[in-house]
Design a protein around this ligand. Structure first.
Ligand code: FDA
Ligand code: NAP
Length: 436
């Protein structure tokens, strides 16, 4: 790894699936080209590769086909495909016998770890990028690289990069005024905190939300805490199904990005109005049916401990010792209510990636639209008038590029487009000196 002056062509901030896919795209581009390899490095704050580890619940499945892995849609011959992984593990035939497009999340995690292990020379784990700025003594037009401050257990380093690819992931969302603690959790930290809690402290638990995370956690708690009362606070009248039928699924096709990006405001609005239910506040059919069946069987036995508070939202939380008092508002009768539990899990979703904190003072060189959102080029590069270095986003571009902005569905294509852009711009920059 280079620290100090020598600049990388690109530094990736975060090493989740998006930047892992970028590392693969850069490597495969170079393998097919005569020019020098792009110098790339990636910094990941976790101590080892991990993809939403605290939500790796047993038996949960992927929400995209395994064909939408890190590389296949860009390069079906890639040695980093999910099929190549299965082949190397000696499991290809057994996987095929399952006749499913949707591996478990645990198996996909193993695939991602396997792919990440091919890049250990380019990734530093336990390394948090704290700031991106212009190098001291330079201006936006004169700076030919950006300066990144990276914190590790050993101290702070600086790294220079001509381009950065920010891919720091979704940001857990809690209701306003509610803080997390050892008994009030967000779904993103579920297994970690569950593992640290004594079973005796989990006699009455509640889960808030009606998305995939909420439904999976409700099922997990009901399954794993046989004596506990499990309450699900559902803002709708009941869980709604995630539409993954073929026509609707086309919103995740690579071609839909162009139609969204180059469409009018009305086009983009139509995408959201008609197809938000492919991803947000929705649940897979199988999980919905499983939960319904559990609740039905309990009713038959006259011993219901799984209950659903429908059309209900959480308004606030008060902690009194080990007890959590939850304030509820119900749309059924308009009344406020209260619930007392030992542990409360907010599966209340995520906000989009927000790079402003990392960009600090550089943020003023990034153009925004009339609604204050970043202007982003088709190649995912921020519009930065007067700044010659490139800042690319993987995530946080739903307003410009549509639903797949932070999803795996289009990761292979998206990171291929970013790799192409970085390499073509480098060639353009170097051309005058080659001709001189
Ligand atoms: P991701 O969040 O995975 O990675 C970002 C990385 O950046 C993290 O490892 C983080 O530690 C690191 N980081 C953050 N700040 C940093 C800093 N300052 N310095 C260094 N490192 C930093 N989508 C889909 O298409 N199909 C699916 O099946 C699923 N399943 C799914 C399950 C669950 C539980 C969730 C919450 C989400 C999904 N998703 C999904 C959507 C999800 O966004 C997607 O699967 C990927 O995680 C996106 O990958 P990224 O690399 O962009 O972000
Ligand atoms: P989500 O889909 O955004 O759902 C959040 C839920 O919380 C919504 O039902 C929302 O209701 C509700 N909510 C918010 N504030 C509330 C409040 N104060 N009281 C009651 N309810 C409240 O979030 P998610 O379920 O975490 O899913 C996020 C992403 O991760 C999706 O892309 C999903 O597909 C993915 N995911 C995938 C898997 C998997 O691959 N197996 C597992 C989990 C998650 P409103 O909409 O009414 O605000």
């Amino acid at each position: 790894m280079r620290t100090g002056y020598e600049a990388y062509d690109v530094v990736g901030i975060g090493f989740g699936p998006s930047n892992l896919s970028l590392a693969i795209a850069l490597e495969e581009h170079w393998a097919n080209a005569s020019e020098r390899p792009p110098a790339a490095a990636f910094f990941e704050r976790q101590p080892a590769f991990g993809w939403h580890r605290s939500m790796l619940l047993p038996s949960t499945t992927m929400q995209v086909t395994f064909l939408k892995d890190l590389a296949t849609f860009r390069n079906p011959m890639s040695r980093f495909s999910f099929i190549a992984y299965l082949h190397e593990m000696g499991r290809l035939a057994r996987f095929a016998n399952n006749q499913s497009f949707f591996p478990t999340r645990q198996e996909f995690h193993q695939y991602l770890e396997w792919a990440a292990s091919g890049f250990t020379d380019r990734v530093r784990y336990g390394a948090t990028v704290e700031e991106i700025r212009l190098p001291p003594g330079t201006g936006p037009e004169t700076a030919d690289h950006l300066w990144l401050r990276v914190r590790t257990a050993a101290g702070t380093d600086t790294v220079n990069a001509r381009n950065v690819a920010i891919s720091t992931g979704l940001v857990p969302r809690m209701p306003a005024g509610v803080d997390r603690d050892d008994r009030v959790w967000h779904s993103s930290e579920f297994l970690e905190k569950y593992g640290r809690t004594k079973p005796g402290d989990l006699a009455r638990v509640a889960v808030v939300g009606a998305g995939q995370s909420a439904a999976e956690i409700t099922r997990f708690l009901h399954e794993n805490l046989p004596g506990a009362e499990v309450t699900s606070v559902v803002p709708s009248y009941g869980y709604s199904i995630a539409d993954d039928t073929p026509f609707a699924n086309q919103v995740f096709d690579p071609g839909a990005v162009d139609e969204y990006y180059f469409g009018s405001d009305r086009t983009r609005e139509a995408f959201w109005n008609y197809h938000r239910n492919t991803n947000y506040s929705v649940v897979d059919d199988e999980v919905i049916r499983d939960l319904y069946q559990r609740s039905y069987e309990e009713e038959l036995c006259g011993a219901a401990r799984l209950r659903f508070l429908n059309l209900t939202r959480v308004e606030g939380v008060k902690r009194a010792g080990d007890r959590i008092h939850v304030s509820l508002s119900s749309l059924l009768d308009g009344n406020a209510g209260e619930l007392e539990v030992d542990v409360l899990v907010f599966a209340t979703g995520y906000d989009a990636m927000e790079p402003a904190g990392l960009l600090g003072d550089l943020d003023r060189f990034c153009a925004r639209d009339e609604e204050g959102r970043y202007q982003v080029q088709r190649d995912y590069r921020l519009v930065t008038p007067g700044l010659s270095c490139g800042i690319y986003l993987q995530g946080g571009t739903e307003h410009s590029h549509g639903l797949t902005s932070s999803l795996l569905s289009n990761t292979a294509i998206r990171s291929g487009e970013i790799a192409d852009s970085i390499i073509h711009r480098r060639a353009e920059r170097e051309l005058p000196s080659l001709n001189a």
